[in-house]
Design a protein around this ligand. Structure first.
Ligand code: SAH
Length: 338
């Protein structure tokens, strides 16, 4: 604004309008008409369009958004005792190739911009009428593969003139891109970092997650510990329980051993029963195997929680989000606009 010889406070006014869900500069009624026209010549406002909205019997809401360039992503609103949490996507598709996850099936199309991430929070709140208090970056995409935009998003979303959601109310989940975890640690940020571990040994983890061939289990655990030492924020490990693949007592004991060896502080493991993705042949663990796994970890003094599954009836659970594009290919979501 100062470059344009406008008073500085105009920037604040525009910032506020952008975070109230306006669709055009003309809705910014306290901005002079000439300036609105000038803005419209130079910039555009991203407004995602609701392609579909599904409501689960447990109250979870899933949105499929169409972005300005025609690409699509999903977000999910979950209702908890402490308020509403929105799970947002960070990329159109994903290139990490995890075998159990639907989000990666068609590969990566592009990164989302910071404003497209803000939009998912803002428009989920406006459309549903639910005040969003927490955010998880656990939708489609690998947030740390879109590092700069994700950091910009974290800054924008916590601004008091905008959505005002503080970092302590935000979790970022990663498949363990070690250099980026190191970088995050150096930035001393305050959000919660979750790391998708899913196996305690390289053989099993590489089989499930190709990224493990670049960053093995030991390196990931070491980076998480360094992150904790620098930020004072404990990392939480996600572990999807897959029948006969990573859920045996041997895996549980190895997990407990490695966590105890690499993390001086008590670690936290968040077990998730595998959610069904039709393209994969993997199945969730049995209740018995899950219980035995929990007990082994607990007996070794590891903190364990089991994640409650929400929105399973509308494919809104972990690993089930995809960039499907209705009218083009609703089944596989693979052949949409690239
Ligand atoms: N790319 C990031 C963000 C995705 S978060 C990451 O890997 O962490 C989504 C979480 O759901 C991750 O922990 C992911 O591993 C897990 N997940 C993926 N597919 C799943 C499935 N079918 N069942 C249960 N959890 C799954």
């Amino acid at each position: 604004m100062t470059e344009w010889d406008e008073p500085e406070y105009r920037a604040g006014q525009i910032f506020k309008w952008l975070h109230s869900g306006v669709r055009s500069f003309d809705e910014m009624t306290d901005i002079p008409k000439a300036l609105r026209d000038r803005l419209a010549e130079r910039f555009y406002i991203t407004v995602p369009e609701v392609v579909s909205k599904q409501v689960s019997k447990d109250g979870t809401i899933k949105y499929l958004w169409r972005l300005t360039d025609g690409n699509t992503v999903e977000s999910v609103i979950m209702s908890y005792r402490h308020g509403y949490t929105v799970c947002i996507s960070s990329q159109v598709g994903c290139r990490m190739g995890c075998r159990f996850c639907a989000s990666t099936l068609g590969g990566l199309v592009r990164n989302l911009s910071a404003s497209e991430m803000v939009d998912q929070v803002l428009f989920s709140q406006l459309d549903s009428g639910n005040r969003i208090s927490n955010i998880v970056l656990m939708g489609i995409g690998e947030p740390l593969d879109n590092y700069d935009n994700v950091l910009r998003f974290l800054q924008l979303i916590s601004d008091p003139r905008g959505m005002n959601i503080g970092q302590r109310h935000i979790s970022v989940s990663t498949c363990g891109l070690v250099e980026k975890v190191d970088k995050l640690g150096a930035d001393k940020l305050q959000f919660t970092l979750s790391v998708s571990l899913h196996a305690p040994d390289d053989e099993t983890r590489s089989h499930l997650m190709p990224v493990n061939r670049a960053y093995g289990v030991e390196r990931v655990l070491k980076a998480c510990h360094a992150y904790f030492k620098r930020t004072g924020r404990r990392v939480s490990y996600e572990y999807a329980m897959i029948d006969g693949v990573n859920d045996t007592p041997r895996h549980a004991r190895l997990l407990a051993d490695k966590l105890k060896k690499t993390q001086n502080q008590q670690s936290h493991v968040n077990l998730i029963l595998l959610n069904k993705v039709t393209e994969t042949k993997l199945a969730p663990s049995t209740r018995g195997n899950m219980q035995a796994f929990v007990k082994i970890l607990q007996d070794s003094g590891i903190n364990v929680t089991v994640r409650r599954t929400l929105g399973g009836d509308i494919d809104a659970s972990c690993g089930q989000l995809r960039r499907k594009n209705p009218g083009y290919d609703t089944e596989a979501g693979r052949k949409d606009s690239k």
